[in-house]
Design a protein around this ligand. Structure first.
Ligand code: DAH
Length: 339
C-alpha cells in the first residue's frame, strides 16, 4: 500500500493540464468520493494497527498535496478567465467614426451666420437656368462680349437652357417674385466652362447678396462687407475696394483682402500680389431694377457675389482649389474638429 501511495503522490505532483476539464479530471481521479485517495482511506481501516500510524501519515500527506494541487489548478483557471481575456461589459463603447462637414459647408454656414445677424434672409434658386434670369435681366446685352466673361455650359444644345454661371440669377428670381425691400443672401453652386487648375474649376460656389430698399447707398455696401471681413477673418484683416465693371451694377467694385496664406509676401493663390479677390459688388443697375418692375427712382440697392472656395482657402490656408472636390478622405478628415 505504501508503494501505491508513493506512486499516486508522484502522479499528483506530475499532473499537468489546464482548463476547466483538466481540473475536473484531477478532482475525479484523486479527490472525489470515488477517487483514489478516498478508497485508500477505506483500505487504511484494514491495515494492521502497528503500521497504521506510518501509512496514515503518508496517506495524509498525499491527501494534502492533492488538495493543494487542486487549489492551484483552480486558481490558474480563474486567472486565465480574468479581465483581459473576457470582455469588460461595463466599458464605454468605442465611438463609431462619424463623418464631418465639408470645409465648403463649414465656410458657407459661417458666412450665413454672419449675414443672418445683420438681418439677411437666406434664399435659393435653380442651377439649371434660362438666359433671361442668368444674363438678359441682369443687363447683359445680347451678343455683348460681357457674356464671354463667363464661359457658359448650355444644356442639350438649347441656347436658352444653361447651367447658371453665377448666383446672380437668384437676385432676379427674388425681385420678380416679391416686393421690395429685399435683404437676402443666396448661396449655391455655379458652373463655368473653365480649364481646371489650382485656382479655377468648372464648378464652384458663390454667395450672392442683395439689399434693396429706399436710400440704400454705397456706404452701406462698404460697411456691410467691412463688417463681414472682420467677422470672418479677424479684426486685423485689410480690405480694399477696387473699381471694376459688371453689367448689373453701377458703380462696381471688386473686393480684395490681404492674402492670409502668404501674409502678403506673394504666393500662387494671390498671384504674387499679396491680395486676394473674394467678391464682386456694386450698386444694382437701374436697368436691373426696371427689368424686375422696381422703380429705380424710389428704390436703390447693393449686391455682391462672393466665392465660397476663395473664402475657405484663406480661412483654412488651402492653396489648391481642386482639393475641395477630390474627396480625399485624408484632406476632409482634417476638418473633423472644425466648426
Ligand atoms: N456675378 C458676378 C460673378 O460671378 C459676381 C458679382 C459681382 C455679383 C457684382 C454681384 C455683383 O451681385 O453685384 O463674377
Amino acid at each position: 500500500m505504501e508503494e501505491r501511495i508513493t506512486k499516486l503522490l508522484q502522479e499528483v505532483q506530475q499532473f499537468s493540464g489546464a482548463g476547466r476539464e483538466a481540473v475536473e479530471t484531477f478532482r475525479l481521479k484523486f479527490i472525489s468520493k470515488k477517487g483514489a485517495i478516498h478508497s485508500l482511506f477505506d483500505e487504511l481501516k484494514k491495515v494492521p494497527a502497528e503500521e497504521k500510524k506510518k501509512v496514515g501519515k503518508i496517506l495524509n500527506e498525499l491527501k494534502q498535496s492533492a488538495e493543494a494541487k487542486l487549489a492551484a489548478l483552480a486558481q490558474a483557471l480563474e486567472s486565465e478567465q480574468s479581465p483581459g481575456s473576457v470582455p469588460d461589459l461595463t466599458l464605454p463603447p468605442i465611438p463609431n467614426k462619424t463623418g464631418n462637414l465639408h470645409p465648403l459647408t463649414l465656410t458657407r454656414n459661417r458666412i450665413i451666420e454672419i449675414f443672418e445677424r445683420l438681418g439677411f434672409n437666406v434664399a435659393d434658386g435653380p442651377e439649371i437656368e434660362d438666359d433671361w434670369h442668368n444674363f438678359t435681366a441682369l443687363n447683359f446685352p445680347e451678343n455683348h462680349p460681357a457674356r464671354e466673361m463667363q464661359d457658359t455650359f448650355f444644356v442639350a444644345k438649347n441656347p436658352d437652357v444653361l447651367l447658371r454661371t453665377h448666383t446672380s440669377n437668384v437676385q432676379i428670381r427674388m425681385m420678380t417674385s416679391g416686393k421690395p425691400p429685399f435683404r437676402a443672401i443666396m448661396p449655391g453652386r455655379v458652373y463655368r466652362n473653365e480649364a481646371i487648375s489650382a485656382r479655377a474649376h468648372c464648378f464652384f460656389h458663390q454667395v450672392e447678396g442683395l439689399y434693396v430698399d429706399r436710400n440704400v447707398g454705397f456706404a452701406d455696401l462698404k460697411q456691410t462687407l467691412y463688417h463681414f471681413a472682420k467677422e470672418m477673418f479677424g479684426k486685423d484683416i485689410q480690405i480694399r475696394f477696387r473699381p471694376s465693371f459688371f453689367p448689373f451694377t453701377e458703380p462696381s467694385a471688386e473686393i480684395d483682402i490681404t492674402c492670409l496664406i502668404c501674409k502678403g509676401a506673394g504666393c500662387n493663390v494671390c498671384k504674387q500680389t499679396g491680395w486676394v479677390e473674394i467678391a464682386g459688388s456694386g450698386m444694382v443697375h437701374p436697368n436691373v431694377l426696371r427689368n424686375c418692375n422696381i422703380d429705380p427712382e424710389e428704390f436703390t440697392g447693393f449686391a455682391f457675389g462672393m466665392g465660397i472656395e476663395r473664402v475657405a482657402m484663406l480661412r483654412y490656408q488651402i492653396n489648391d482649389l481642386r482639393l475641395f472636390s477630390e474627396n480625399d478622405i485624408r484632406f476632409l478628415r482634417q476638418f473633423h474638429t472644425v466648426i
